[in-house]
Design a protein around this ligand. Sequence first.
Ligand SMILES: *Cc1c(COP(=O)(O)O)cnc(C)c1O
Length: 385
Amino acid sequence: MTDEFLPFSRPSISREAIDEVVACLQSGWITTGPRVKKFEEALAAYLGAPRVLALSSATAGLHLALAALDLEPGDEVITTPMTFAATLNTIVLAGGKPVLVDVEPGTYNMDVRQLSGAVTSRTRAIMPVHFAGMPVDMDPLYAVAASHRLHVIEDAAHAIGTEYRGRRIGGFGDTQVFSFHPNKNITTGEGGAVTTRNPELADRIALLRFHGMDREAWNRFGKTGNQHYEIVTPGYKYNMMDMQAALGLHQLPALESFIHRRTEIARRYQEQLADWPQWTLPATPDYPHRHAWHLYTPLINPQAAGMDRDAFMQKMKERNIGTGLHYRAVHLYPYYRDRFGFRRGDFPNAESISDRIVSLPLFPAMTDSDQERVLAAMSGLFQGT
Ligand SMILES: *Cc1c(COP(=O)(O)O)cnc(C)c1O
């Protein structure tokens, strides 16, 4: 047994990716340029998406997709409390009001059966989150969206490589936002991308991504480019750099092998932990899907475990094993309680998950013996050894 700290996640960066970053640095073009364009085309081909816009983060993507809707004060966006804070933060930043529906107890995904009950005359969009890479039940969700003429912005931060009924997330539907943060399934350092099948929305996001300029900077300085640009709206600065895309160009071809290894590790956790009274394991919905296994997130049963989630995380850390907390329910954060009046009790499934969820180590380079170490530490811990 080794004493080395095992993190809950670690990116796998190939020699080729490092060489590409160095080549980018030496090329004289570091910011948005040919490598970003190539990465966008590679993503579009992988996803089966007509248009991909690479960005500085998924948070930027959520913000732009929402900003492009030009929300009026009082406009509502329906989402889930079981997500990263950025999902709700960007709704507020874009001038919207987050309206929440509770999640399913087993997949932690938005319970789409509760959607139509949350729609009002002010609803403009639905923002599902494919939790841990498990797809939300999209057919009934898009049926609700269609019948109320709502936009759908999928927070697909966990879901590159996820499939729903044989279709890849990002390859169908309205708008999807992906994250390339180092913990996610592929990384560009920081980074993200938006795909949309709505051409007007795509144009608007392209404009908002870079100052509201009607031309990208690298066009202006290229041989064929026009020196002039016009500002047609006050935009943000959310472009991706070529230095980031250099990583992405080598991460994307590795995605299938990453998911393959993640799936092996997740299945082994599912098998090994199946009979432990201390855990309730993630459930599998009955619609056809491919889970991208961004996270492996069981729920601790504090009574049987003799400790709560926070104590478990602490004790694992003392054994040199990192775990993660994804996520505490967002409606219980002070800002959301104070501003929107959310209370404990509003979304019981999300709250129970929020109190008990833990992310066990899961990343492509994790070895079988790393995983044995995790399982042995867990078993020792519950025996009080
Ligand atoms: C990581 C994450 C984001 C934000 O992604 P960044 O690229 O870090 O901005 C948004 N939503 C969810 C569900 C995430 O996990």
